[in-house]
Design a protein around this ligand. Structure first.
Ligand code: GRF
Length: 218
């Protein structure tokens, strides 16, 4: 079966991009990375993509003060590469409503909290401040409102006494690196369905006492 042509959009470090690329390089993984795109020409993650011989495209956002103009170029680059699915992976730019609607259900994002809690920036500091016992990450379909959209995969991590932002961020990031490739695989396998803005996963196991949902089909 043809692999799902995936673009990964980054702005900085790109560790989630790295994990998605590694997953796609596994034999039988049902998706392939056809493009790594950044709005920041100095994104450190671009080096890794280069080393892996992937197609890279930079749309330097300093040349595009207007969101709509940036998004027109983004849309055409994605179409040039025949992209089926866009994975936002630390892409620090809000997309216009037009672009999101044009690519509806074909853009996914990862956020370092258990959405709908703790949308927005400085997530880990706010999690620590709030006193909750668990945090985690969420992979979701993108909608025009920031950090909104149907949840595909979530992974949970504990918040420890004496945690710092750095420690919690590292624990959540390790969970992100599992959750994002899982979400990509489920979509590429055609197992993710949207029913009235809620995700149903075909063939998911009952999530009894798990920290990642949906659990993988064995
Ligand atoms: C991750 O924590 C992701 O959830 C958030 O931005 C961070 C990006 O990290 N959206 P990286 O660039 O993938 O290492």
């Amino acid at each position: 079966m043809a692999k799902l042509k995936t673009a990964v959009l980054i702005s900085e470090r790109g560790s989630n991009m790295r994990e998605l690329v590694a997953a796609c390089n596994e034999p039988d993984f049902p998706a392939e990375v056809v493009l790594v795109l950044s709005n920041n020409p100095d994104a450190p993650g671009l080096e890794h993509a280069k080393e892996k011989g992937l197609a890279i495209h930079v749309i330097d956002q300093s040349g595009f003060p207007k969101r709509a103009e940036f998004d027109v170029v983004l849309d055409s680059v994605l179409r040039d590469h025949k992209v089926n699915l866009v994975c936002l992976a630390g892409f620090m730019r809000i997309l216009s409503e037009d672009l999101v609607n044009k690519w509806r259900n074909r853009i996914i994002n990862i956020h370092p909290s258990l959405l709908p809690s703790f949308k927005g920036l400085n997530t880990h500091a706010r999690v620590l401040q709030s006193g909750v016992s668990f945090s985690g990450c969420t992979v979701h379909f993108v909608r025009p409102e920031m950090d909104e959209g149907p949840v595909i995969v979530q992974a949970v991590v504990p918040v420890h006494n004496g945690d710092t932002v750095k420690k919690l961020a590292a624990r959540v990031l390790a969970a992100e690196h599992k959750a994002y490739p899982l979400a990509l695989r489920l979509i590429a396998e055609g197992r993710v369905r949207l029913v009235v803005e809620k995700v149903k996963i075909d063939g998911a196991l009952a999530p009894a006492g798990v920290v990642i949902n949906p659990t993988e089909k064995s």
